[in-house]
Design a protein around this ligand. Structure first.
Ligand code: ADP
Length: 274
């Protein structure tokens, strides 16, 4: 049932791009058919909206519930040993950080989804742009003991919104580091033809089960909730990535083998298509 709900969600997301346009229908279709079709689509949109609100509420409540339990158990004890007190406060701080990440990811997503929000397109040196992203993520990679390499044998210049795409690629590389093994590697490659540039992010990590591949771009979907939570995931990163890629009229695909690793490939037009 959960999978079915997600499929409906995906369908709605995909069908939202202007396809409630009455001009889509051919002349032979009668008005009542068109009306019924629009009604069915609106129902799906409403269902998807309700599902999203319920997911958001659930995700925001989880850290709050943990904080409440931790604070209550501290308050219930007359005298709390300093060590225990510090341990509980540390846990509460982690839950606050988590709540913060969810809210800030949600705000990013909402901002990106707003159609009126224009892209800030500028001609960008993509090699330099990628190097900057990887440099920023180096401390995370070092901490996780994962080697990150960047390969490109051509210089690429493209019309992009650097801040949006920076979020998209950062999420992919951060995931490749997060869902990796000790002493693992991440390889980022940049290539181009006359129309598009391509960024590939491959890792030597845990991989994604085949049956999850259709859902990983959906909001709040996580293969392993508890593992993702442990390493600080909100389940919104790939939704943000996809939204930024789609806004550039690009495409993203994923290939993965459980226990061997994952490759995300992003294709972005060199010239922004209005
Ligand atoms: P999260 O914040 O949980 O990382 P994302 O939307 O970025 O959320 O990713 C969704 C889920 O996809 C993750 O929880 C994880 O299960 C899976 N995933 C994403 N990238 C990778 C990867 N490189 N290797 C293995 N699993 C991944």
């Amino acid at each position: 049932l959960q999978h079915m709900n997600r499929s409906i969600g995906g369908l709605v997301e995909g069908s939202l791009d202007g396809d409630l346009d009455i001009h889509d229908c051919t002349e032979t279709e009668n008005i009542s058919d068109t009306f019924n079709l629009m009604l069915a689509k609106l129902r799906l949109v409403e269902e998807s909206r309700q599902e999203f609100v319920s997911n958001v509420s659930h995700e925001l409540k989880t850290p709050l519930t943990s904080m409440k339990v931790l604070a209550d158990s501290l308050l219930m004890q007359e005298e709390v040993p300093n060590e225990l007190y510090r341990e509980f406060m540390q846990d509460i701080t982690e839950e606050i950080d988590r709540e913060n990440s969810i809210i800030s990811d949600l705000l990013t997503l909402v901002k990106m989804d707003r159609k009126t929000q224009e892209l800030n397109i500028a001609v960008t040196d993509v090699n330099e742009f990628m190097e900057t992203i990887l440099k920023r993520l180096r401390p995370i990679a070092e901490k996780a003991n994962v080697e990150v390499v960047f390969e490109s044998n051509r210089s690429v210049s493209a019309e992009i919104d650097a801040s949006r795409l920076s979020l998209a690629f950062s999420n992919l590389v951060e995931n490749a580091i997060k869902y990796n093994n000790e002493n693992g590697w991440v390889r980022v490659t940049l290539d181009a033809d006359h129309k598009f540039f391509y960024v590939k992010v491959s890792d030597s990590g845990m991989g994604i089960p085949q049956e999850s591949l259709d859902y990983i771009f959906e909001r709040f979907y996580r293969v392993d909730k508890s593992h993702s939570r442990e390493i600080g995931g909100t389940g919104l990163g790939l939704a943000i990535t996809k939204s930024a890629v789609v806004a550039h009229r690009g495409a993203i695909k994923v290939q993965s083998k459980l226990g061997e690793g994952t490759t995300f490939t992003v294709r972005i037009p060199l010239r922004y298509i209005v």
